[in-house]
Design a protein around this ligand. Structure first.
Ligand code: HEC
Length: 159
C-alpha cells in the first residue's frame, strides 16, 4: 500500500515537472521572440509611401490620429456598458465625415490617400448608423471595418 502511494507521488512529480518547466519558459521565450522581431523590424526598409508632410501639418495630423485612437477606445468602453447611443455619437463626431475632417483630408495632395481617408470617414458614419440598431455583433463588425481602414492606411502611408 505504502509503496503504491510513493509510486503515485513520484509519478505525479514527474508528470508535473514538464508542465512547470513549460510555464517558466513561457515569458522568457516570448521575450526572446519580441527581441527577435524588434531586430528584424530595424533591418526592414520602410517602403510605405511618404505624404511629404512638413512642420505644423505633421503635428496637426498626429494629433488628429491620436484623437481617432481615443475615439475607438471610447467606443469600446461605451459598448462594454451597452451604451450604444453614446458610442454612436462618438463614432459620428470623432470618426465620421465632419466638415473639419473633410477639410483636413482635402489638404492632402495624394488622390489615393484622400480616397482612402474619405472611405474611412464614411465607414465612421456607417458605424454610427449600425450602433444605433443596438446590435452588438453588427456593431463590432462595423467597428472592425472602420479599424481595417486604420491598419490599411498605416501599412501603406507614412508622414
Ligand atoms: C487614410 C490614412 C489613415 C487612416 C484611415 C488612419 N490613419 Fe492613423 N496615421 C496615418 C499616417 C500617415 C500616420 C503617420 C505614420 C508615420 O508617419 O509613420 C498615422 C499615425 C497614427 C498614430 C500615431 C500618432 C502619433 O502621435 O505618433 C496613431 C495613434 C494613429 N495613426 C491612429 C489611427 C487610428 C486609431 C485610426 C483608425 C480609427 C487611424 N489612425 C486611421 C494615416 C491614417
Amino acid at each position: 500500500m505504502k509503496t503504491s502511494i510513493w509510486i503515485s507521488v513520484a509519478a505525479a512529480c514527474v508528470l508535473a515537472l514538464p508542465v512547470h518547466a513549460a510555464e517558466s519558459m513561457g515569458p522568457g521565450m516570448m521575450h526572446g521572440m519580441g527581441m527577435g522581431m524588434g531586430m528584424q523590424g530595424k533591418m526592414q526598409a520602410d517602403n510605405r509611401i511618404s505624404l511629404g508632410l512638413k512642420g505644423p501639418q505633421k503635428q496637426h495630423q498626429l494629433a488628429n490620429m491620436r484623437a481617432h485612437l481615443e475615439a475607438v477606445s471610447d467606443i469600446v468602453d461605451a459598448l462594454s456598458r451597452g451604451e450604444f447611443d453614446q458610442a454612436s455619437d462618438t463614432a459620428s463626431r470623432k470618426l465620421g465625415m465632419t466638415p473639419q475632417m473633410k477639410m483636413m483630408c482635402n489638404s492632402f495632395k495624394q488622390d489615393d490617400f484622400r480616397t482612402l481617408a474619405f472611405s474611412f470617414h464614411e465607414s465612421g458614419d456607417e458605424l454610427a448608423k449600425v450602433l444605433k440598431t443596438h446590435d452588438m455583433s453588427a456593431s463590432l463588425q462595423a467597428l472592425r471595418t472602420t479599424m481595417q481602414f486604420c491598419t490599411t492606411c498605416h501599412s501603406t502611408y507614412r508622414q
